[in-house]
Design a binder for this molecule. Sequence first.
Ligand SMILES: NC(=O)c1ccc[n+]([C@@H]2O[C@H](COP(=O)([O-])OP(=O)(O)OC[C@H]3O[C@@H](n4cnc5c(N)ncnc54)[C@H](OP(=O)(O)O)[C@@H]3O)[C@@H](O)[C@H]2O)c1
Length: 330
Amino acid sequence: MKVLVIGGTGNISRGIVAALLGRNHEVVLFNRGQHVDPPPRDVRVIQGDRQNREDFEKKVSAEYWDAVIDMISFNAEDAASAFRACQGRVGHFIHCSTVMTYGPPFNGINIPETGPLQGESGYGLGKTAADNFLLQAFKEDGFPVTIFKPSYTHGPGMNLLRQVGGDGSWIDRLRKGKPILSAGDGLNYFQFLSSRDAGDAFSDILGKTQCLGEIYNLVHPQARTWDEWHTAAAEALGVDIQIVHVSQETLINISPERYSGLRGNFGHTQIFSHEKLASVLPNFTPKTHIKNSVLDNIEWMDKHNRIPDSDADDIEDRIIETIRNLPRIT
Ligand SMILES: NC(=O)c1ccc[n+]([C@@H]2O[C@H](COP(=O)([O-])OP(=O)(O)OC[C@H]3O[C@@H](n4cnc5c(N)ncnc54)[C@H](OP(=O)(O)O)[C@@H]3O)[C@@H](O)[C@H]2O)c1
């Protein structure tokens, strides 16, 4: 197949490109050529900015694509532009949405694709608007779209997340044997998929006509608690871990800005159903061992200086010291 990936050098799309090349597809990327990681050698890149609508639509509609995978569409205007560029020029169009369309607040656990769309963040609302535009285009114009909703997907191209933040200093803390913070009891569940495994799913859905007009959650079928995730990272690094639990509310009170993510999805258990995807991709099982995906991600962070010296900012040390030294009734 001749496949266009809009994006292609980022976190998930890098996994997609690797999977497509591994299946001998002809891969073409559309991006601005600004990403810190270059595309793989021998992959053709159409250079452009998708926000320059006219140029983007002209370049994309100049060729016929067996499939287009749109990784950087965030609102109805992006989706409408992709539709104008691809209508009649594509066999299968995959739109990358997100589970943040379902919440927070999240409606229970094991949320299926039919779950209520309660995502209140600008990001979630924008993705819902893009999804709705494309589903309407499927109904009215037969636009051959399939929508994927990934949950947290890790790999090169993005910092390895922990529950209380997206900065990379926690890796430095683990390496130095320093304790790390976790919010609440550390038992909120999440699904952690590697970008390599996500890439397999994006590639394997291509050409499946029964998936047109459908939405699929793209998540790891097994959930982990945040404590298990932090511990898995330490194990991958070959170090011991000490986790200090502090309630979510306390952390937000101490630093509302630093711990703002806890008000959003990191403060909730979020588990999404994998069943619908499994029904069309029965062979899709995440194969990447967590140790390998975590180490890949950390290697990328080291390469791009994304792991700051944790001694340079002592707020986490001060919180932990205060909590450990609180006068307690024994
Ligand atoms: N990672 C997660 O946990 C997660 C979870 C759910 C959903 N998602 C979704 O996954 C998608 C992100 O995919 P990704 O991880 O591959 O992306 P990414 O790491 O954010 O990389 C962005 C890619 O798009 C290109 N790009 C950015 N702005 C562009 C523009 N204006 N015109 C043309 N190209 C542009 C970048 O290259 P240049 O900079 O060179 O242009 C790069 O190739 C998003 O739709 C996001 O909502 C991610």
